[in-house]
Design a binder for this molecule. Sequence first.
Ligand code: HEC
Ligand code: HEC
Length: 205
Amino acid sequence: MDKKTSALRIALCFCLILPLAGLAAGDAERGAVLADTCLGCHGIPGYRNAYPSFRVPMLGGQTEEYLLLALQGYKSDMREHPTMQAQAQSLSEQDLKDLAAYFGSAGQIEATEPVTSGRAARGAEKIVVCTACHGQTGISPAPNWPNLAGQHKDYLVHSLAAYRDGGRKDAVMMGQAMSLTDADIADIAAYYAAQDGLFTADYVN
Ligand code: HEC
Ligand code: HEC
């Protein structure tokens, strides 16, 4: 290969790689500035959604990839929630990426021994079909699947019922939730909520 051809190949490689890198990563610093309005709900431990009443999901310990997926879900109306839809729809795709990068930078969570006492024991028997994607203790093996470990129990109930009843549209999860009864959902939520994991991050702005 002569010098000219190899230089051309290298230049070509850069052209292909750089835009891809730009697509994947958001700018966490810019996200921190945009996050001000979000922290009024997601920055307060145990903060409740007014109606229906459930605790606002913890974002600390989720990956950037999943957070972006969730935000895009509100923007495209695949997920119904008036406040989150309004938030996501008023932001650009780049804003969502930057916010996902910021909230995804709070720290990773690691698997611990499963907790299977109390109501969680019944849930433990019902999650066999879920573990391939959400892990044995709710820590997902892939970054685009959500971690469930330690998430608020009432939020898990709310989100599972939404996949079952149509408030959230996701091809995989609609199929998974379709045949769950209210009692199944309560048991499963109790199990995942009892595990060690997600947290309300002490975001520093
Ligand atoms: C008024 C309170 C409120 C504000 C402000 C708010 N959120 Fe939310 N957020 C919620 C609630 C409630 C949910 C759960 C909605 C549902 O039913 O899907 C949620 C869900 C989410 C989820 C999905 C979490 C998961 O586990 O799937 C993400 C990501 C998120 N919010 C990020 C943001 C970002 C980024 C902002 C700022 C631009 C923001 N939120 C502003 C209340 C709020
Ligand atoms: C093939 C992979 C897969 C399997 C199996 C699976 N899930 Fe999911 N789960 C997902 C994906 C992907 C999402 C995010 C969907 C979206 O964009 O709303 C999700 C979302 C969820 C959420 C919402 C999390 C949040 O933070 O809002 C809950 C709760 C959940 N799954 C529970 C379960 C349970 C319980 C089972 C078993 C009955 C199960 N999943 C089986 C892939 C899977």
